[in-house]
Design a protein around this ligand. Structure first.
Ligand code: AMO
Length: 435
């Protein structure tokens, strides 16, 4: 591989020969001088070619250049503060078209659906690439924290014999003589790791939900960030881990991408203060209703407007973008959430709301097998189908808890974007299986 110079590094080089490669963003083809905006994954720069007898062949190539074509350029770098783009330009000595592009089927104002149809072209936008750099930094910072704290990374199977959350939203897959289900969450297996004595684990992996909704926050496949820890006293210990992870992740994002985020998304990102506010679910309902919103759900869960309202309240009263809504009613929580002694109506659980949207659910788990069996029956499930899961608790298990968090939602809210379609590399929804 010949060593190419990344466009972002041109600014730190002295005037002289350079070898750059990328795709053509724009061509300004004038009679005497031609300008090409060349972009690579690091930035963009202006190429210039003076049209004369000597450069006639290059000039002809540039005149025929299609937007999006990939080219190799040998040229001479020259600093020139009059050039708006980076204060430099590259005088072309030779330009080789490596791959000719057809006319782009999308434009900046194309609909999100059309852009998703042509996702590889859509992703050439610098702000789209920034989204995935930010995502990389978030995952890296969290992984670093987990590793520093002695966690073990797991990869749990995504083909399962049972549901992992509930029978709803379950994808069935023909599996030889039987039926398999796509994992809705690593829930059962991350709990298994506690019975196995692993102590502290994490996983970043795919989760599947056969959810027919078309909202801006639901996908049928998403990346789930999961963690589970033993020997907790309550969900408070899980929330402390959770807020530390997010604070570290945001600090890394601010440090590495703060300026780019401000430039592309107009947001001045702040590292959140610890601890994040915590408000019990019952109190949240009262606050939201006092703000004039009547929660429409009959099951006692918060609706999206209630999430926005409680976030607005927290922002106004504390300046915080995050809030833990704690002690959810048992009626809206899964069978595996622990209910505190003498309080069957609530759970040791929480949802984490970030800028008005739920990004995570966490809880202390029920580790007493008889109570667990009763809660499975109460939720209308069949304990026989969960025999193997129940075994985890029949052979000894420590008190434990953890959380699951949707990566695309975190990135969406952090960058102030309107949909996880923008922050998922290749979105999957009820009517989208390609590309
Ligand atoms: P829950 O079902 O609340 O909890 O999911 C946890 C988080 O995963 C994300 N999420 C989704 N993201 C995109 N599309 C979806 N269809 C979707 N469904 C969920 C959300 C959500 O907050 N096992 C528990 C977690 C735990 O207790 O550890 C669980 O999966 O950000």
């Amino acid at each position: 591989m010949t060593s190419r110079t990344l466009i972002k590094d041109l600014a730190s080089l002295p005037d002289g020969p350079v070898h750059v490669q990328g795709w053509v963003e724009k061509v300004r083809d004038q009679k005497r001088v031609q300008f090409v905006i060349l972009r690579d994954e690091s930035g963009s720069a202006q190429l210039v070619n003076s049209v004369n007898d000597e450069t006639a062949a290059t000039a002809a190539t540039i005149s025929g250049l299609m937007h999006g074509s990939f080219v190799t350029v040998e040229g001479d770098l020259k600093a020139d503060e009059r050039v708006k783009l980076g204060g430099l330009e590259v005088k072309v000595r030779s330009l080789t078209v490596e791959s000719v592009a057809k006319d782009s089927p999308i434009a900046d104002d194309s609909s999100i659906d059309k852009r998703l149809d042509w996702r590889f072209l859509d992703l050439r936008r610098p702000e789209a690439q920034l989204i995935f750099r930010v995502q990389t930094t978030i995952e890296h910072a969290m992984r670093q924290h987990w590793i520093d704290e002695g966690f073990i990374e797991l990869h749990t199977p995504k083909l399962m014999a049972t549901a992992s959350e509930s029978r709803a939203e379950l994808f069935e897959v023909p599996y030889f003589e039987t039926t398999a289900y796509l994992a809705q969450s690593p829930q059962l297996f991350k709990q298994m790791a506690q019975s196995a004595g692993f102590g502290k684990i994490f996983e970043i992996g795919p989760a599947f939900r056969a959810d027919p909704s078309y909202t801006s926050r639901h996908a049928t496949e998403f990346t789930s960030i999961d963690s589970e820890i033993s020997w907790i006293d309550s969900h408070e210990d899980v929330m402390q881990l959770h807020e530390q992870l997010l604070t570290k992740a945001l600090a890394a994002v601010v440090e590495r991408h703060g300026a780019d985020i401000e430039q592309h998304f107009g947001i001045q990102l702040q590292v959140p203060a610890l601890p994040f506010p915590r408000i019990p679910h019952a109190e949240v309902k009262a606050i939201v209703e006092a703000r004039g919103h009547t929660i429409e759900r009959t099951d006692g869960d918060l609706d999206p407007e209630a999430e926005r309202q409680i976030s607005a309240h927290v922002k106004e009263t504390t300046g915080h973008d995050f809030v833990f809504v704690t002690e959810y009613p048992s009626s809206v929580r899964p069978f595996y959430h622990l209910r505190p002694e003498g309080r069957g109506d609530v759970t040791n659980s929480y949802d984490l709301i970030y800028n008005g949207v739920e990004i995570s659910t966490g809880a202390q788990r029920e580790h007493r097998v008889d109570v667990l069996e009763a809660q499975i029956v109460e939720k209308g499930m069949n304990p026989a189908e969960l025999e193997e899961y129940l075994d985890f608790f029949r052979y000894g298990t420590p008190p434990h808890g953890g959380f699951g968090m949707g990566l695309a939602r975190v990135v969406m809210l952090l960058l102030g974007l309107g949909s996880i379609r923008e922050t998922t590399y290749l979105f999957r929804g009820p009517t989208r299986l390609t590309p």
